[in-house]
Design a protein around this ligand. Structure first.
Ligand code: NAD
Ligand code: 2HG
Length: 395
């Protein structure tokens, strides 16, 4: 029997091709799937079958996946950190230039001109309303200095801009990668007060929803351009439109069109294009397909947003993977149940991340199905599966 992978959205063939037959059956929205692979498909709106053992997002954001519900089921949710960051960075830099030179309204103006004898005169007469600014010496504020924010900072500095950044949860690795000249802001208000352009690169969650609203926009530097290539709801659209009407915000350029934003001067929307390059689509697909395969075939976990990273060289065909609540005595109860069934543990690893713990066990002999059922009934055990080697008794 093959692992069944249900695919939503267009996933690069370079990634899908790594699911080789006969071990994998891959198809659009396949039933009874072992794994789900998707991009922006809104999975919160679907029933996720009990057969699903893993979900992978070929991208960075996981706000379209019910991560908390999956954690309760002991199902890891994988993503592709950094794999599309360069693509987004390039579009953000393009957006800074669009805003600096009023490129979109200027194109609109030329397109609006009828072919008349005074066409050239009207072109020349009209251009002064689109005069812009140059980037060197201007300040770019960056909210969120992760994979994308860090790359944007680096490129903006190369273009001669000053950069001020805000990220209270920045990782040590990302902080090391930041150019030394990035100024550390104490608050979002600090960034908005001092920047000519502000770009947002945070995940959408309960802390970041509407992080840019009326009160914060009220303190923004007059004439600031706001860029949002993060997620629609990190910005309150009503507040943005009001701020443009008050002439405090000069422009809002984002990757998330909405009926509310349609037809407003000063607003430019792109159709969620940030990660849509050949390179990013390929990088994301290859990364998450490899992560899914390692999980399905070996129980290994890398880049799961709700699971610890775990890898253990296989030394036995009799491998068991268990996800459990990160509370005392779980490993004790699991290993005692195995010992009572006469099973010897050859090798074992247990790691935790937040409320989730994950254990890989290699046994000297096969665990009977009723033993797996007994472990599954220990309070706090969220999921359990036996993982035979794919080349031998493949599933
Ligand atoms: N437009 C697109 O196509 C596209 C493509 C990729 C990613 N994205 C979006 O961009 C987001 C960021 O992507 P990334 O790859 O840089 O992710 P990342 O995880 O590398 O970086 C996110 C950063 O945001 C910081 N952060 C979290 N909460 C914050 C807060 N309240 N204030 C300030 N900083 C905060 C984190 O500490 C982290 O450093 C994704 O979650 C996704 O929603 C959009
Ligand atoms: O798949 C896409 O095109 C968008 C991906 C992007 O939003 C992400 O979060 O990585």
């Amino acid at each position: 029997m093959a692992y069944r992978v249900a695919v939503y959205n267009a996933i690069s063939a370079s990634g899908l091709g790594r699911f080789a037959a006969p071990h994998y059956a891959v198809g659009k929205a396949l039933a009874d799937a072992d794994a789900i692979l998707l991009r922006s498909h809104a999975l919160q709106l679907s029933e996720i079958p009990a057969t699903v053992k893993a979900i992978a997002r070929a991208g960075a954001g996981v706000n379209n996946i019910p991560v908390d519900e999956m954690s309760k089921r002991g199902v890891p949710v994988f993503n592709a950190p950094g794999a599309n960051a360069n693509a987004v960075k390039e579009l953000v830099i393009a957006a800074v230039l669009l805003a600096a030179r009023n490129v979109v309204p200027a194109i609109g103006y030329v397109q609006s001109l009828a072919a008349s004898p005074d066409f050239e005169k009207r072109v020349e007469d009209g251009k002064k309303q689109f005069a812009g600014v140059e980037l060197p010496g201007r300040t770019l504020g960056i909210i969120g200095l992760g994979a994308i924010g860090g790359l944007v900072a680096e490129t903006a500095i190369r273009l001669g801009m000053k950069v001020t950044g805000y990220d209270p949860e920045i990782t040590v690795d990302n902080a090391w990668r930041l150019p030394g000249s990035v100024k550390r802001a104490a608050s979002i208000e600090d960034v908005l007060k001092s920047s000519d352009f502000v770009t947002i690169h945070v995940p959408l969650n309960n802390h970041t929803r509407h992080m840019i609203g009326r009160e914060r926009l009220a303190v923004a530097k007059k004439g600031m351009a706001l860029l949002n290539f993060s997620r629609d709801a990190v910005v309150d659209e009503e507040a943005v439109l009001a701020s443009i009407a008050d002439k405090r915000l000069r422009a809002y350029i984002c990757d998330f069109p909405s009926p509310k934003l349609q037809g407003h001067a000063g607003v430019v929307t792109l159709p969620h294009l940030g990660a849509s390059t050949e390179e990013a689509e390929e990088n994301c697909a290859v990364m998450v397909v490899d992560q899914l395969k390692a999980f399905l075939e070996e129980g290994s976990v890398a880049n799961a947003v709700n699971f610890p990273s775990v890898e253990m060289a296989r030394e036995s065909p009799h491998r068991i993977a268990i996800a459990n609540a990160n509370v005392p005595n779980m490993v004790g109860q699991i290993s005692t149940t195995m010992a009572q069934a006469g099973l010897n543990i050859h090798n074992m690893v247990n790691k935790s991340k937040g409320e989730m713990a994950y254990t890989l066990v290699d046994l000297d002999s096969e665990a009977a199905p009723d033993l797996l059922a007994r472990i599954a009934h220990i309070p706090g055990v969220l999921s359990i599966r036996a993982i035979p080697p794919i080349s031998g008794s493949a599933k």
